[in-house]
Write a protein that binds this ligand. Structure first.
Ligand code: SF4
Length: 549
């Protein structure tokens, strides 16, 4: 490992930095992760960019920036050791065969991105009716229920066809979730997933604008969920007189121009951008004058996908509240989002649903009706909803631990990687005896450790709530019961803190000791119920890049 001076790269874009480092090292095959201006300036929603991927939620790019690390380059030259190569390849062949089957057999009755596998395949799909009409535009407030007209469908299709140079995949993957995007006059960049739509929806604009601003945002290295919402939030404050003309000197008149103007200021922490760079929650606190009510689409201080729905869904309620990965797409999957109307369609769905960890999950789905007694919000019951959420998040934590793409696993219904074959991959690859129970237990330990870290940073039950207006119909008593039931299943107390007993059962006694040392647990199970917040101090740092070879 070598640490090199990167002062000459300071201020460069996250994408261009990757190429500059490859040239500097004369290693065209090296893989590089890098931050842009946003990470360097510790913007709270800065991303880390890498070739065809982006680690964006939670402002992880600001962590690199705070440590003065501009990029990390890796060049692997040694062989990969596989403990049982024949068995491993057999498993790979089975997965490949199933992927091909799933690509030819989309799941009926679900939205296009869930019908097929992938991360999701936003770059291949033109039908955006569901996203554009179900998600809210602007500062996560306005539904446009008739947006997907013939005219708009053609305009979106034409723009994507023009911009999309080619569909691309991650190394050795048969799917093509990403695309190279070349907008006239702009450098080519890589895009996948929902960022295709987030900027244009926040600005009430079109796909041409969305793909253009996303190019600049990708170079700056910012999260495509949070950034458009922060800008839309600022413009709403401006329209309502909470931010004044003095806060926005020289701001263009047109909405698109305003978006570029604020994006440029945020990543440089210039003027009002210095406050907005802290995200809507913190910016609202700093601005005051009622700005807090405008930061309305947050969970745990993080901007969320702008979904505003009608009836509370108990499974989604739990995932939104208790998820610690700050994005619903990193928790959901496996189980359908809504019941099927016809019972025979449900029967057909469960027929080849071999990925379930237990047969009872099939019955949960068969019994779920769109109307009547067994429908949302009281069905799935708190016990069943907790069981479903436990399965869904277990699969995401396993994917994270094993480095499996959620697009082929936890994010999807009927995925090729699942609880029954992942332990076999583990055993054949690492030569370590793994089974479903052990893997599930490992995921539980991981999940509990993540929770413990957040508990130590001040998270409590009070933080576990969706945006007030996420669903129109809310059920306070039921919501309390859902949280209580889920906490109990997890082995947490009524504040969502892992109990001493559950920590001991997971071999995490040291976490209990740490809770005690920090005064979170004052005795056997005595818990302090304080709400704290660590705002994070920004410190100066040198700029370097790290080279692994
Ligand atoms: S690894 Fe995942 S994101 Fe990449 S192409 Fe395959 S399914 Fe898509």
């Amino acid at each position: 490992m070598e640490i090199r001076d990167a002062s000459h790269l300071q201020g460069n874009g996250a994408v261009e930095t990757q190429e500059l480092i490859r040239q500097e090292l004369n290693e065209p095959k090296s893989q590089v992760v890098a931050i842009g201006l946003a990470g360097e300036n510790r913007v709270y929603f800065a991303s880390i960019e890498q070739g065809r991927s982006s680690a964006s939620r939670g402002g992880i790019g600001a962590v690199m920036g705070d440590k003065g690390v501009k990029a990390i380059a890796v060049r692997g030259t040694k062989d990969i050791h596989v403990a049982q190569p024949a068995q491993y390849l057999k498993l790979c062949d089975e997965v490949m065969e199933y992927i091909q089957f799933r690509e030819k057999s989309p799941i009926p009755g679900v939205i296009p991105i869930h019908a097929v596998l992938g991360s999701p395949q936003e770059m291949a799909i033109h039908d955006e009716k569901w996203h554009l009409e179900s998600f809210a535009w602007g500062n996560a407030r306005t539904r446009r229920k008739d947006f997907w007209s013939e005219y708009n469908e053609k305009a979106f299709t034409d723009t994507l066809e023009m911009a999309r140079t080619r569909l691309i995949s991650c190394y050795n993957c048969p799917l093509h979730c990403g695309a190279t995007i070349s907008m006239p006059g702009l450098p080519t960049y890589m895009m996948k997933c929902f960022t295709k739509l987030t900027y244009l929806m926040a600005a009430f604009s079109d796909l041409d604008f969305g793909l253009r601003i996303a190019q600049r945002a990708t170079e700056y290295g910012v999260d495509g969920y949070s950034t458009p919402q922060v800008i839309a939030f600022a413009l709403e404050l401006y329209d309502d007189g909470i931010l004044a003309a003095d806060d926005m000197p020289g701001m263009p008149e047109d909405t698109e121009g305003k978006f570029y103007y604020l994006l440029d200021r945020i990543v440089r922490r210039k003027g009002i951008g210095d406050i907005l760079a802290n995200g809507t929650h913190e910016a609202a606190r700093q601005i005051g004058q009622g700005a807090e009510a405008y930061a309305h689409n947050n969970i745990k201080r993080q901007e969320q996908a702008p979904l505003k729905l009608s009836m509370l869904n108990p499974v989604y309620f739990l995932m939104y509240c208790t998820g610690e990965k700050l994005n619903i797409t990193q928790i959901e999957g496996q189980f359908p989002q809504a019941p099927y109307v016809k019972y025979e369609d449900r029967e057909a769905f469960v027929k080849d649903w071999f990925q379930v960890p237990h047969e009872r999950f099939k019955q949960y789905f068969l019994d779920w009706n769109p109307r009547g007694e067994n429908s949302n919000p009281y069905y799935p019951t708190p016990e069943i909803a907790s069981d479903i959420v436990d399965w869904q998040e277990r699969m995401h934590y396993i994917d994270d631990a094993l480095g499996i793409c959620a697009g082929l696993s936890s994010f999807h219904m009927k995925p090729p990687y699942h609880i029954h074959n992942l332990p076999k991959f583990f055993s054949a690859g690492a030569g370590y005896d793994m089974d479903e129970d052990k893997l599930s237990q490992a995921a539980k330990r991981y999940r509990t450790l993540v929770r413990a870290i957040n508990i130590m940073r001040g998270m409590r039950r009070i933080d576990e709530k969706p945006p007030e207006d996420h669903w129109k119909k809310r059920f306070p008593e039921l919501e309390e019961e859902l949280l209580n039931t889920y906490y109990k299943l997890k082995g947490w107390n009524d504040q969502g803190i892992p109990t001493r007993e559950s920590l001991n059962n997971l071999g995490l006694d040291f976490v209990y000791e740490e809770f005690k040392r920090r005064g979170i647990m004052t005795d056997e199970e005595g818990i302090r119920h304080e709400e704290s917040s660590n705002e994070g101090e920004v410190v100066g740092a040198e700029c370097a890049f790290v080279l692994f070879s």
